[in-house]
Design a protein around this ligand. Structure first.
Ligand SMILES: Cc1cc2nc3c(=O)[nH]c(=O)nc-3n(C[C@H](O)[C@H](O)[C@H](O)COP(=O)(O)OP(=O)(O)OC[C@H]3O[C@@H](n4cnc5c(N)ncnc54)[C@H](O)[C@@H]3O)c2cc1C
Length: 642
């Protein structure tokens, strides 16, 4: 006897089952964000192929190597390859059409493209939470969506992931940190909707909110998330970074424990973050190195860290997380950017990897004090030792520094564009941001001069703009700058490199060291005008009135009072015996190599967030025609803040 098939309930009459509906929306959500990520990786494929061809795609993945006793080789006269400088016109068109995406509205810390991405992400979360969900009666869908966001939150938080290899410099953790923050906010939003509506529901039906395990662990998990959000706002990160970091880690562990007790549906979403974190720790162990280093204090504001016996390659603009195993802050690791190119092609005449820490807070000041105290202690031990005069181009005496050991975790990140792909490059540094620009500059000059444009480097014109508060700051990097500028002027290099230093305070002009191809002025540059002038130099730029026209590029409001106003030309005429300043004036009148039409322009900026934003906006404000004629203008920034 057959009873037929069991009667089925029409869908419109079926009772809502959040445990069937929730996982379906989790799957949809995961498919969408993974597809967007795959599209981003596909868009970056040409850059990945170019890095693979140049053999730098895996640079630094297993950390740096040891280099014992190999001496620095002086610049050989490498045979220069003849290089075609023009870029494809399609690139110019694309760059012109998309330049506004790089605009960064004040106060957001993000570009238009990044804002669109984050808005799209939040819209996706809201769409998945709200679409046809009876949230008031059963807000479980929001809880499921909160869980589904754990993998992206952790993917963009880890320092080592496949993404950083696939996306290159653009995929480094510091560049993608904003995605971590916004995915975290999406998770918090979904969790708050879930928690708040259940609390409302309990209040409506007069049920106990705390009592049973389910409710108590749910409230505890939500409390952990609230604390994570509160303790990671920008002021906390800026004023108490270590506190932020340790509470962040502890609260996430607590959240995981609570949420696993709260629901059996959490476990599958906890495993991917744990796997990502484990892979991150494993990679960090592979990259971790302990090295000998010398701390050399420069003035009262900077400490150079010269790390010895390192070899291996890394991307220009990459940074290490550095721990100095001396002094009072040995547990803290801080990001510092590498200020020199790999030994294979550096032109700084140094055998050490250079890092530089500006005195900004407890850690950097204690580093400087330690180096100074050690220097004084050694001087007392050996009073006969003559105090050596520091000479530009000769090198700061490392024997006066403090010998320490440092741990290096990295290298991470680096500039998201390769200067060698562009005929012209405008490098903009703010204060200690010069360390990143130095690394980038040393790299490109080394590839041109020492390696003879082996990789087809197109670069012919480089303008460096360095904004500093006082003249003394030039001293921080005077030696490597001198060496790089001298190497770049090698006749066969066909490379035109200029340095313009903009000082915003008239403190001690006589302290300006003599650097080739450089100019110093007391002013704050208007980056947009500088970029315009750089892309299409006006006819006046090589005229004798160049100093005046150069002054047009500076913000009048930031100039000191007229009697303080210092221009290289004026100073040169007043102080005939001041060689460096006279050289500055003549450099301002120097003639640029004329840019080829369509050779492409790269703009790289490093340092404070405001300066990097100005650099981005300077590019975004260029006219479409200007960008197209220039062969495309690309911008990459290294912001010295997370
Ligand atoms: C990718 C990157 C590269 C950097 N490269 C350089 C460099 O080459 N030279 C240089 O002088 N500075 C660099 N900085 C900035 C430098 O890391 C901070 O100035 C340094 O950590 C200050 O620590 P502090 O305790 O002396 O000062 P604090 O007053 O404690 O901090 C000053 C600022 O640094 C941030 N900060 C503090 N500790 C850390 C940390 N462990 N990780 C991340 N940020 C932190 C704080 O949020 C705050 O905004 C870089 C920053 C980043 C993110």
């Amino acid at each position: 006897m057959s009873f037929g098939t069991a009667p089925s309930i029409p869908t419109e009459l079926a009772q809502y089952n959040s445990y069937i509906d929730g996982p379906k929306w989790q799957t949809k959500f995961t498919i969408v964000w993974c597809s967007v990520l795959a599209a981003a990786v596909a868009a970056c494929a040409p850059a990945l192929i170019s890095r693979l061809r140049r053999g730098v795609a895996f640079a630094g993945v297993t950390g740096l190597g040891d280099d014992w006793g190999r001496s620095y080789e002086s610049v050989p006269s490498a045979e220069m390859k003849d290089v075609k400088t023009s870029r494809s016109s399609a690139y110019g068109l694309l760059s012109a059409a998309g330049r506004w995406l790089g605009y960064s509205p004040i106060g957001t810390g993000l570009t238009v493209a990044q804002i669109l991405l984050c808005a799209g992400y939040i819209a996706l979360v809201l769409g998945c939470v709200l679409t046809n969900a009876p949230l008031i009666d059963n807000p479980n869908r929001a809880g499921f969506l909160a869980l589904a966001q754990l993998p992206p939150v952790f993917l963009f938080a880890t320092k080592n992931s496949l993404l950083s290899i696939l996306l290159g410099g653009a995929g480094a953790y510091d560049k993608l940190n904003y995605v971590h923050r916004w995915t975290g906010r999406g998770l918090f939003l979904a969790a708050v909707v879930h928690g708040a509506l259940w609390i409302r529901n309990h209040l409506q039906y007069d049920l106990q909110i705390l009592g049973s395990d389910k409710e108590t662990t749910g409230v505890a998990a939500l409390a952990c998330l609230c604390l994570i959000v509160l303790l990671s706002v920008r002021p906390v990160r800026a004023f108490a970074y270590q506190f932020f970091f340790y509470t962040h880690v502890c609260l996430y562990v607590a959240f995981f424990v609570c949420v696993c007790y709260h629901t059996i549906y959490a476990a599958p979403w906890i495993f991917p973050p744990i796997a990502l974190y484990a892979a991150d720790v494993l990679m960090r162990m592979l990259r971790f190195r302990i090295k000998d280093a010398t701390l050399v204090p420069v003035g009262n504001e900077m400490t150079l860290i010269k790390v010895h016996n390192v070899s291996g390659s890394y991307a220009p603009g990459a940074h290490f997380r550095v721990r100095v195993l001396a002094g009072s802050h040995i547990l803290e690791s801080h990001p510092l950017t590498i200020a020199s190119a790999p030994l294979t092609h550096t032109v700084t005449s140094s055998h050490s990897l250079l890092l530089a820490a500006r005195n900004t807070g407890d850690w950097s000041r204690s580093l400087s004090s330690y180096a100074r105290a050690e220097g004084e202690r050694l001087a007392l031990l050996d009073p006969k030792k003559p105090t050596k005069e520091y000479e530009v181009g000769v090198g700061r005496d490392e024997a006066d520094g403090a010998e320490v050991q440092v741990t290096l975790d990295g290298p991470y990140g680096g500039l998201s564009l390769d200067l060698g792909d562009y005929e012209s490059a405008l490098l903009i540094a703010g204060g200690a941001g010069m360390s990143a620009i130095l690394g980038v500059l040393d790299d490109i000059v080394g590839r041109v001069v020492r390696l003879g444009r082996k990789g087809g480097e197109k670069t012919r014109r480089i303008q460096i703009v360095w904004c500093i508060r006082s003249f003394g700051a030039i001293d921080w990097f005077a030696t490597p700058l001198h060496n790089i500028l001298t190497a770049a002027s090698h006749p066969s290099a066909n490379l035109d490199v200029h340095l313009s230093v903009f000082v915003t305070c008239l403190c001690n002009p006589s302290a300006v060291p003599a650097l080739p191809n450089s100019a110093v002025s007391v002013a704050r540059p208007v980056l947009h005008s500088l970029l315009r002038e750089f892309i299409s130099p006006s006819s006046s730029s090589s005229s004798p009135e160049d100093v005046e026209s150069q002054e047009d590029l500076v913000a009048a409001s930031s100039l000191p009072s007229p009697e303080d106003k210092f221009t290289p030309a004026k100073k040169a005429s007043e102080q005939e015996d001041d060689a460096p300043l006279r050289a500055d004036a003549s450099v301002l009148k120097a003639r640029w190599l004329a840019p080829h039409a369509g050779g492409g322009v790269a703009v790289a900026a490093a340092g404070p967030e405001a300066l990097c934003r100005d650099a981005r906006n300077a590019v975004a404000r260029l006219g479409a025609g200007e960008v197209r004629r220039a062969g495309g203008v690309a911008v990459g920034v290294e912001v010295f803040a997370l």
